[in-house]
Design a protein around this ligand. Structure first.
Ligand code: NDP
Length: 519
């Protein structure tokens, strides 16, 4: 990425508000003052994070039985940096035999080592992993950004701290299962097959591995093919923590390897995060097998703003809701429902705010919107934006240059969106916000629930009673009030309808990895 890319000069109106934000912006290095009401130019010097902390291998094998091994297929695929389209490393392409070996290693560890450890010993390992993740957090943050395209300030300040927090949290539960499930004895399920996506690569690993291990299970995990690197670095953490070999196994390869893994006859539990289409395929494939299943799939969340909401705060929440991680977030607030009486003002403020967002080099500490994760996802976003325009909605994109290479999209705001249009119904999974209006709370609820999904929602109002009334009737697993996209390991997360079933996080996340027996 050329450094000059970040030296562009976005023009923002002087009246634009810049209140405290969940995707914080940096102090400008120079400011040209202008008469009130005229545009003010902001310039930012490049502030790239150093890549030196990351030592990339030319090739990464599979992690099975505590060792890095070559794939039996003898095949490798190339992992790209989405911000530059440059190759990062060659990654092993597992075949069904490798999956078989990995599941056998996990089974052995479950029977002989990990599954036999006293709970307090399991806790010690998990605490050790959490500590190592914190010690190596910069390395993980830079690697995550290079591999996924997300801004470094997000991987550094959100993803990696949450990853460590999940290990700390579930480490605490490992020797307290009797208190977690009073009057009942918790047994591990056995071997867990876990398939994760590319939008929060290491965080999704943590959501799945930490509760599984705390409950005494062993795992075989398949990361997404476009973001395998932090999972493979996590393999190194497992070695550093002296985790018994086979407790965690990582196999890389295409979707069919994910399918081979989840349908393997010696797997007891399946956990999947990704598209609704693949989630349904997995559900069909393992139906009747007796395997436990949790699915965390797509979303089309409504972010509902009432006329009594603190508007500047709501603008920041809307921006964080849809532009965090380039909008590649299953619970993104991708549908803005705004009360008609304040719609004009709110949209004006939102447009001003969009003009301040910096799109570009994900490693630059000032970047707000990084690269889209892969070429297929970029094409899907572009196709849906074109569909929105063709269907008659009004598109606003702030003027900003995009890098010449890499997968980038301008932040996009649609107004005049029909409830039936594709951009109001389909998950775009990109920095694209579709705006609809409502007059009454009843209409807001009806529109918010008019979707095949049910993962998350947001409500902005100063009335506590209205928040409670709305949250009761919104069909969404998570409802944020006067905030958005807040995550915490103690808090369960999951969906209704086509957003999947089962919960991850908190005690509910632990429940998904145990079999309970009455005492
Ligand atoms: P997928 O659902 O295809 O990928 C998620 C994971 O599943 C990856 O590890 C993938 O492997 C694996 N996988 C793919 N096909 C199969 C299969 N048949 N059986 C088992 N595992 C499989 O998501 P996409 O990358 O195709 O993204 C498409 C859309 O999905 C996005 O536009 C977005 O709408 C949604 N999505 C939702 C996510 C969420 O957090 N809920 C996350 C990612 C995407 P591989 O990478 O090798 O293909």
């Amino acid at each position: 990425m050329s450094p000059s890319r970040t030296a562009r000069q976005p023009v923002i109106p002087a009246k634009a508000t810049r209140t405290a934000t969940a995707t914080p912006t940096a102090t400008p290095t120079a400011r040209t003052t202008a008469p009130a009401g005229l545009p003010v130019a902001w310039e930012y010097a490049p502030a790239p994070e150093s890549r030196d902390v990351v030592q990339l291998q030319a090739r990464y094998g599979l992690f099975i039985g505590g060792r890095e091994v070559a794939p039996r297929s003898g095949q490798w695929f190339t992992d790209l940096n989405p911000a530059t389209e440059e190759p990062l490393a060659e990654i092993a392409r597992a075949n069904a035999e490798d999956v078989d070996t990995a599941v056998a290693a996990a089974r052995r560890a479950q029977r002989r080592t990990w599954g036999q450890l006293p709970p307090r010993e399991r806790a010690k390992y998990l605490f050790r992993i959490a500590r190592i993740l914190q010690e190596r957090s910069r390395e993980f943050a830079v690697l995550e950004t290079i591999d996924s395209g997300k801004p470094i300030k997000e991987s550094r300040d959100v993803d990696i701290p949450l990853v460590a927090a999940h290990f700390w949290y579930y480490a605490g539960w490992a020797d307290k299962l009797d208190y977690a499930f009073p009057g009942r004895t918790a047994h591990p399920l056995g071997v867990a097959a876990q398939v994760i996506p590319w939008n929060f690569p290491l965080l999704m690993l943590a959501w799945k591995i930490a509760p599984a291990l705390a409950a005494g299970n062993t795992v075989v995990l398949k990361p997404a093919s476009s973001t395998p690197l932090t999972a493979l670095l996590f393999a190194d953490v497992c070695r550093q923590a002296d985790l018994p070999p086979g407790t965690v196994n990582i196999v890389t390869g295409p979707g069919e390897i994910g399918m081979a893994l989840v349908t393997h006859p010696d797997v007891d539990k399946v956990a999947f995060t990704g598209s609704t289409a693949v989630g349904k395929e997995i559900g069909r494939a393992i139906a009747g097998s007796g395997k436990a299943l949790t699915l965390e799939l797509g979303g089309k969340a409504a972010n509902i703003v009432f006329d009594d909401a603190p508007l500047d705060q709501a603008v920041e929440g809307i921006v964080n809701g849809i532009f965090f991680n380039q909008g590649e977030v299953c619970c993104a607030g991708s549908r803005l429902l705004v009360q008609e009486s304040i719609a004009e003002l709110l949209i004006e403020k939102l447009k001003d705010r969009l003009g301040t967002l910096r799109v570009g080099d994900p490693l630059d500490k000032n970047t707000d919107i990084g690269a889209i994760n892969n070429a297929a996802q970029l094409a899907r976003i572009q196709e849906l934006v074109a569909a929105g325009v063709a269907e008659g909605a009004d598109l606003y994109q702030p003027p900003c240059d995009l890098p010449a290479r890499g997968y980038f999209v301008r932040p996009s705001l649609f107004t005049n969106v029909a409830q039936s249009s594709r951009i109001a119904q389909e998950e775009i999974f990109g920095p694209v916000l579709s705006t609809l209006t409502f007059r009454t709370p009843e209409e807001a609820i009806e529109k918010a629930n008019n979707t095949a999904y049910g993962l998350s929602a947001g409500v902005w109002t100063e009335k506590g009673s209205r928040i409670l009334a709305m949250t009761k009737r919104l069909r969404a697993g998570v409802v944020w009030a006067n905030t958005f996209n807040r995550f915490d390991p103690t808090s369960p997360f999951g969906g209704y309808k086509e957003s999947g079933f089962g919960r991850e996080g908190g005690l509910a996340g632990l429940l998904a990895y145990v079999r309970l027996e009455d005492r």
